[in-house]
Design a protein around this ligand. Sequence first.
Ligand SMILES: Nc1ncnc2c1ncn2[C@@H]1O[C@H](COP(=O)(O)OP(=O)(O)OP(=O)(O)O)[C@@H](O)[C@H]1O
Ligand SMILES: [Mg+2]
Length: 356
Amino acid sequence: MPLGKTDAIEFIGVSKEFESSTAVENLDLAIPDGLITVFVGPSGCGKTTSLRMINRMVEPTRGRILIQGEDNKDTPAHELRRSMGYVMQESGLMPHRTVADNIATVPRLNGVSKRDGRSRALELMDTVGLDRGLAKRYPAQLSGGQAQRVGVARALAADSPVLLMDEPFSAVDPVVRADLQRELIRLHETLERTIVFVTHDIDEAVTLGQRVAVFAEGGRVAQFGSPEEILREPADDFVASFVGHDRGTRRLTFASAGEVPIRPLDAEDRPWGDWRLALDDAGRPAGWSIDDRTMVGGSLFPQGGSLRDALDSVLSSPSGWGVAVDDDGRALGLLSSDDVMDAAARERKSRYGVGL
Ligand SMILES: Nc1ncnc2c1ncn2[C@@H]1O[C@H](COP(=O)(O)OP(=O)(O)OP(=O)(O)O)[C@@H](O)[C@H]1O
Ligand SMILES: [Mg+2]
């Protein structure tokens, strides 16, 4: 069955009322199989409550939730919880257990031997890019990014078709966060799980999500669609303002930079003038020099990247020339800002049919 063609999880008229407030209001939402679906929205709009109703950590007041077509009420709550990986904000690791024991928690609960649990934990550390040498450490001895990876490994250990992730990357710095996001996309490509991911960051939502549900005040979904649909055609004023003013550059995330020429580093006409790109021994960019000054910085353009990557690379480069790199980070050539702007203008024209 092709991915995304059936529904892994379906909310049907689901509401959740707490004593003093309605957290979720009449939610109807079909989450496709095998894709990453993101719940995004401001604080307090019912994202966590909705996520927790999937595995019955929270019970709805009204409505039904189907998992692969079956009412989740038909499975005992403790069984359902164990059958879905769950990553919470702040990683939620058990402080008195080692990294390996934390990761092996669910397999151990399912009766896997200590030895097998441990070897599974080590494999999963490889999967999420954690050094095996960290296996015997305790959570307090990890960096924020490492702790989040342990949380992801622990969730994967459930070997479940569904993975629930509640703001798993919000406590780490932007660089580590971008790293974790890339890893998650890579993992998802190889593991083909259904992932439901909660964030209040629209950038994270459109980077990770193949479907995005924008939650609004009072636990209603204001829009559900592909990231591109949400950026291009916000359903109402709330979504438009949540998506924000720089949505033009966000949209370029979905446009290929394939037409932007990469100029060879040894081009004879040297359109970059006196600027010189310094390379390390492996041929990776190390900085820009001019006169006697060297400046580091500038995001790199990964070969095959998006028009937004290309734009970032030229806007952040000290010389104004973006540096294209291959998969190993070696410099391939340079992008001119004029070429990138022309490509952005062509993209705009092809979308709106006007205005080159
Ligand atoms: N156990 C609870 N008892 C009472 N009210 C609750 C409970 N859990 C959540 N709420 C309320 O329900 C609403 C939705 O909360 P929820 O945690 O789902 O929001 P959220 O979208 O995840 O917010 P955030 O982005 O801040 O995590 C809030 O008004 C919250 O105060
Ligand atoms: Mg929350």
